[in-house]
Write a protein that binds this ligand. Structure first.
Ligand code: GLN
Ligand code: ZN
Length: 768
């Protein structure tokens, strides 16, 4: 029973790779120094795998920026705009649009790797794409591992997953076109496998995570062709699937001619019986028993029981692993010096997961280290009993939820009357999404406060000065609905997590998000409750400075959940509802403090969608319920806003309408209001502000351009329900461009308003 992993984090416990990359990009270190850091990290990480006792070390999981981009460079999938080179600087230019030497060129697109928070660079296939192999780097890394005495198992992304993730420039929306490139791509894989075999490699891992998705029949059929072809290389291929059960692809996958199959038993434990039935007797079955995507210690006892219950003829062919690559977990819990030992014990980060995997495989073979088992049991029961985890008051509140708690008293049409009377806003009201530029001074004040250099009173004063400043600016720009600017927030999830009971924060729990960028997600560790109001004082202060409405600003329950490490002992739905109840209390307090408009941001609602369509309705049901539970506590004349970004809402538009927010501000400007076509087909019932300019770009948008977008919007949305706003928060922008852009936006709204009032609205066709 061998033990192995699908991949290891490459960033380093101290994020060494990040610092080296950023220094290299800034021209502060030369390429040999960068290469040196990479080599050291690889060696250190292989050593950790060997020290833990794994049978293989994973090679090819290292990337200077992204593993998908590695493959693009290796196969020659390099757009002409990056030049004809295939060196490291070309690679960085593809990733970042620039490099220390060479001119600028638009980078490849970046998008989320399945349902993780990791982003890969989308391969760009040319019309008549020619693949040409250059595997120098991968082969050198295999040699590097072998020379250091390790048993290397290289890992590749499979040809079908690679194609699936790519864009095909001539493609007209169909995924079929790309498949025509498969035979040629397979030739290239064939060459690559031959070279790998020459290195004396026994096992090769090929990742095909798309096998956990809904696939068109043509793609399913292509798997057979592909793996028959790859099988001829004479290597033992371990076909790795993860992020979900195989579902309707299970039969197909079992029958593919590969020497082994890896499955994710954390996300898909239910598939084990079918696998036992369907797996041919010659195949190795690698079981992902340790969660590669979360931070909790594995329940060794139950996973061992699972291994022991396997039929005897299968046991000899079973390998033990983590569910997916450990790229998605933080590196080492022993670096959490601030956590008490008892609490540290609840966790297993990547380094600790290696030990769990080895322990399971040894124990299942009779080498039972009982001391480790006792320690694991103790940690798990300690967590289960902990007062930090279980809060009876929260559980009672959950029990007490009634259907009416998630329903506004009156339908939107009636609320709108009360709200219009109360706020008396002009036609096409202008507003922003919440944050204003996070300046150096703001960050310095926050840092000084955290480090104890600035006391509570000094910090509050600094933040109030920031609030007063953004209110003044907004007044002078003539915006109709103001915000307080979010100066006091480091991050929209962390800020609330820190004030809620039940959240924990690591010091070093970094996970790569893209390139050199890492995130440190908060950890939902216990029942969530809100000890005291979180935002009321800031909101009240901001409102006291203006006669115009100032929106209260909260992060919604789904975003709080999606951007944290969740608990593994209760469902995601339960966690969302707990957070919703805490937010509901905050919404109620804001309303009682006289805040008339409250915005609850849900930028992550789209990305929380399950991988399989069949699972969408259930997710959307509880996501909508959680949002409504947090907001449907206010009177009719209190206006609930929400905000979403990252596009592609068309397929969940009904759920968005079901949130029943009075106003939604939404990102559309990058796609040139493409979203609006969805609103032409689907009559969005409430008020909506489709973003009229892209805050991700430093370019100050032109007034006329925004005016045109507004007119386009006015054709799809009745004027009385149309708002005017940028497409996201402004915290990453500088002040000069922010003021200029908002001034132009307000002018664009005023001009359209004047034209409408002058009777020219006849020029705008009535919405269908
Ligand atoms: N209110 C938040 C802000 O303006 C929303 C951020 C987001 O959508 N990601 O920064
Ligand atoms: Zn946004």
């Amino acid at each position: 029973m061998k033990s192995h992993i699908l991949g290891y984090p490459r960033i380093g416990v101290q994020r060494e790779l990040k610092w080296a990359l950023e220094q290299y990009w800034a021209g502060q270190i030369d390429q040999p120094s960068l290469l040196q850091v990479g080599a050291e990290l690889r060696l250190r990480h292989w050593q950790a795998q060997a020290d833990a006792g794994l049978d293989f070390v994973s090679v090819g999981d290292f990337a200077w920026y992204d593993q998908v981009l590695n493959h693009s460079l290796m196969f020659g999938v390099i757009s002409r705009r990056f030049g004809s080179g295939r060196d490291l600087d070309t690679y960085f230019r593809m990733a970042r649009g620039r490099a220390p030497c060479g001119c600028d060129a638009a980078a490849n697109d970046m998008t989320k790797w399945f349902d993780t928070n990791y982003h890969y660079l989308v391969p760009e296939l040319a019309d008549e794409q020619v693949f040409s192999l250059d595997a120098t780097d991968l082969l050198a890394q295999i040699r590097e591992a072998q020379q250091a005495g390790f048993n290397a198992k290289p890992v590749l992304i499979g040809p079908l997953t690679y194609l699936w993730l790519a864009v095909h420039r001539t493609e007209k929306g169909a995924s079929e076109g790309k498949l025509a490139l498969l035979p040629h791509l397979l030739d290239t894989y064939g060459e690559l496998l031959a070279l790998i075999k020459q290195q004396g490699i026994e096992w090769l891992q090929i990742d095909e995570p798309i096998l956990a998705l809904d696939l068109p029949q043509s793609w399913k059929s292509a798997f057979e062709l592909a793996y028959n072809r790859l099988n001829s290389a004479g290597l033992n291929v371990l076909l790795a699937t993860y992020f979900g059960p195989l579902g309707d692809n299970l039969g197909l996958t079992c029958q593919l001619p590969t020497a082994g199959l890896h499955v994710d038993l954390v996300r898909g434990p239910e598939q084990l019986d079918a696998l036992i039935d369907r797996l041919p007797v010659y195949k190795v079955l690698s079981l992902g028993l340790v969660n590669g995507r979360n931070v909790w210690r594995t329940d060794l006892r139950s996973q061992l029981a699972l291994l022991q219950s396997l039929p005897a003829n299968l046991k000899q062919r079973v390998w033990v692993s983590a569910s997916c690559s450990l790229l998605h977990s933080p590196m080492d819990v022993s670096a959490e010096h601030k956590w008490p030992a008892q609490q540290k014990n609840w966790f297993a980060f990547a380094r600790q997961k290696l030990d769990e995997i080895v322990w399971l495989s040894r124990a299942a073979q009779g080498q039972l280290d009982t001391e480790a088992l006792v320690a694991s049991d103790a940690a798990i029961s300690d967590r289960a009993r902990s007062g930090f985890v279980h809060n009876p008051a929260v559980q009672a509140a959950l029990q007490g939820i009634q259907a009416a708690d998630a329903r506004r008293e009156q339908p939107y049409a009636q609320r709108a009357v009360a709200q219009h009377k109360r706020f008396n806003l002009p036609l096409l009201p202008t507003t922003t999404i919440g944050s204003f530029p996070q300046t150096k001074q703001i960050r310095a004040a926050r840092k000084a406060y955290k480090e104890g250099v600035l006391d509570q009173a000094g910090y509050a004063q600094a933040m109030r000065a920031e609030i007063a400043h953004v209110i003044r600016v907004q007044q002078s720009l003539g915006l109709d609905v103001l915000v307080h600017g979010e100066a006091e927030r480091n991050d929209m999830v962390e800020y609330f997590g820190e004030q809620l009971e039940g959240y924990l924060f690591s010091q070093q729990g970094w996970v790569q998000s893209y390139g050199s960028r890492c995130v440190k997600p908060p950890i939902i560790a216990g029942d969530i409750s809100r000890p005291v109001p979180m935002t009321v004082q800031w909101a009240q202060y901001a409102q006291s400075l203006s006669l115009k409405p100032v929106k209260g600003m909260l992060t919604g329950p789904i975003t709080m959940l999606c951007w944290s490490f969740p608990r593994d002992d209760i469902s995601r739905e339960q966690q969302a509802l707990q957070i919703a109840l805490a937010l509901r209390a905050e919404v109620q307090d804001l309303e009682a403090a006289g805040i008339g408009m409250i915005q609850v941001d849900e930028p992550a609602i789209r990305e929380g969608l399950p991988l399989r369509r069949a699972d969408w309705p259930q997710y959307l049901r509880w996501a909508v319920q959680a949002f409504k539970l947090s907001t449907c506590v206010v009177a009719d004349h209190t206006q609930i806003h929400t905000h979403m970004c990252y596009s592609e809402f068309n397929d969940i538009i009904q759920a968005i309408a079901d949130l029943d927010a009075d106003v939604i501000t939404i990102e559309t400007s990058r796609s040139n209001m493409e979203l609006l076509s969805a609103f032409e087909r689907f009559a969005y019932p409430n008020e909506i502000g489709p973003g009229v300019y892209d805050i991700h770009s430093p370019v100050v948008p032109d007034e006329k351009w925004m005016g045109n977008l507004l007119e386009t919007a006015a054709r799809a949305i009745p004027l009385r329900r149309l708002w005017v706003n940028p497409d996201c928060g402004l915290k990453t922008r500088g002040w000069p461009e922010t003021e200029a852009a908002l001034r132009a936006m307000v002018n664009a709204a005023h001009h359209l308003r004047q034209r409408v009032q002058a009777g020219a609205e006849k020029a705008l066709p009535e919405p269908a």
